[in-house]
Write a protein that binds this ligand. Structure first.
Ligand code: NAP
Length: 284
């Protein structure tokens, strides 16, 4: 058995550390390495991987969508999202899964005690991560306002929602404040606030409109606390960064690779422990 994460860039990926820690905790001597695969190289990579004994891989940018037509089978949740982040070789067939959305919902449940069923959520962004999270929240029973700078992308995302609980909105401060008033959860799925991203939210006043007791989830984990989370915390709201989602999606991916259920809490702890010293992250 041999596992990889592919992408470009990929050498910064936390996946080898996370999966390495989980595999070690299971007592399995399975290599998991990062492999630079450029856009356009996927068909060659799939041939090479099969010949080289790779039994599964995670995919990051720019491959999550390009993989779809190249696989033999795609899990229904990944089909809805239109992207895969986990691919396993099963009986000689490449099978694709998406664990980002389920990882986010698990992080919200475990980290904040948030149950999506019946909840109204304001979600910022309509990129790949937003699509996975919005569709998973909707599938779990939440009503999701998808607010994006480019409205057409929010509209396209919501058209993909089979449950019709995701609704497109613009990104104007007044819109965000209006929606926050009705929301028990705010999720940031944009790049704003991420280390290395030159842009920040121009205003965070919309946080003041959230009801007391609301939760704020930022998918970003570097920095461990974005300006958005710091302000939400100062307001007394419940906050969570993106690290538990990163860890949870990896635990779910490893369950696919090994084709068996795992002790998710034990796996999450092993993975978090492997990351904590490097990132000075909060426990969760
Ligand atoms: P993406 O596909 O490039 O989407 C980026 C989103 O951010 C788009 O909705 C974009 O809006 C919006 N955006 C960018 N700059 C903006 C600005 N100046 N003002 C307003 N909106 C802006 O990226 P992604 O893959 O979805 O990732 C988004 C974030 O999630 C990143 O910070 C990433 O690190 C994080 N993430 C975390 C995890 C985890 O496990 N915790 C997993 C995946 C991603 P437009 O459509 O208008 O361009």
């Amino acid at each position: 058995m041999k596992l990889e994460v592919i992408g470009d860039p990929v050498l910064h990926s936390k996946s080898p550390a996370i999966h390495g820690a989980m595999l070690a905790a299971l007592g399995l001597d399975v290599p998991y390495t990062a492999h630079v695969v450029r856009r356009g190289e996927l068909p060659d990579y799939l041939r090479w991987a099969r010949d080289s004994g790779v039994t599964g891989f995670n995919a990051t940018m720019p491959h999550k969508e390009d993989l779809l037509p190249l696989l033999d089978e795609i899990d229904p949740a990944a089909k809805t999202v239109g992207a895969v982040n986990t691919v396993c070789l099963r009986d000689g067939r490449w099978v694709g899964f998406s664990t980002d959305g389920a990882g986010a919902v698990a992080a919200l449940r475990d980290g904040l005690g948030v149950e999506p069923a019946g909840l109204t959520a304001t979600l910022l962004g309509a990129g790949g991560a937003a699509r996975a999270v919005a569709l998973a929240l909707s599938a779990a029973g939440a009503r999701v306002w998808v607010c994006n700078r480019t409205l057409s992308r929010a509209q396209a995302l919501c058209r993909q929602d089979p449950h019709r609980r995701a609704m497109p909105m613009d990104f104007a401060p007044a819109t965000l404040a209006h929606l926050c008033r009705e929301s028990g959860l705010l999720v940031n799925c944009t790049n704003l606030g991420m280390a290395g991203c030159p842009r920040q939210f121009e205003k965070l006043d919309f946080l003041d409109a959230l009801p007391d007791g609301a939760a704020v989830f930022d998918l970003i984990y570097h920095p461990a606390e974005t300006e958005l989370l710091a302000r939400a915390r100062r307001r007394g709201l419940n906050t969570l960064n993106g690290l538990p989602m990163l860890v949870n999606q990896a635990v779910l991916a490893l369950e696919h690779f090994l084709d068996r259920p795992l002790d998710r809490k034990a796996m999450g702890s092993a993975a978090a422990a492997a990351l904590a010293p490097a990132r000075n992250t909060r426990p969760f």
